[in-house]
Design a protein around this ligand. Sequence first.
Ligand code: 5RP
Length: 233
Amino acid sequence: MAEETYILKKRAAEETLKYIKDGMVIGLGSGSTVKVFIDLLGKKISEEGYVIYFISSSIDTSIYASSKGLKETTFLEHEPELAVDGADHVLPGLVLIKGGGGAFLREKIVDYYSKEYFIIVDETKLSPLRDSFKVPIEVFPQAFKLVMKKVLEMSEVVNAELRIAGRGKLGPVITDNGNFVLDLYMVNIKDWEKLEVELNSIPGVLENGVFAKKKPSKIFVGKKDGVVVLQET
Ligand code: 5RP
């Protein structure tokens, strides 16, 4: 991560940290920004003796947060009062597009089932969407070809690609849940809540990366000249 971006993420994560109290159960998203937040929280644990429990959204977050002294728990034991997550895009109306790290199925569970959730981003995540932009869906492997055909019938979808793994694995990305990810190239979305519901109504689609139905209570945006907090008025 470029030093400049790291500073913006850290600035926003520091503000978020002010809401974390000793003994709290939190939900944790995934990605590089969440890791910056976990680093700060880990420091608090070692310096001030805080005990923090977390419900994880990915194997990556479980490993990282555990290594920093946070204690993993599950929804069987706890319902988090707060979740902290990152995002790929923040759109007007506090709508998010997530899923760059392929963890959005569990992130949505963690974010939507916590009492409230906060988002941490650097200001680049606020840039307007391009004419065509990516929205990911997690798909049951057996159905991926059929789902691909179905989504291509939607007027807003101009293309759909099976997400391919990078280094260390041939073929498609396999999520922590054993599924595939399709990246949909979309245009002209008028109603994000409707899109979120519509995508999930396709048989074989397990979740999508639009977070519009439950809004984050606060979005901490790290900027060059400080931190801005976006929230519903
Ligand atoms: C993972 C996500 C992440 O929150 C999103 O990709 C942001 O990641 P980063 O903080 O590394 O920019 O949705 O599924």
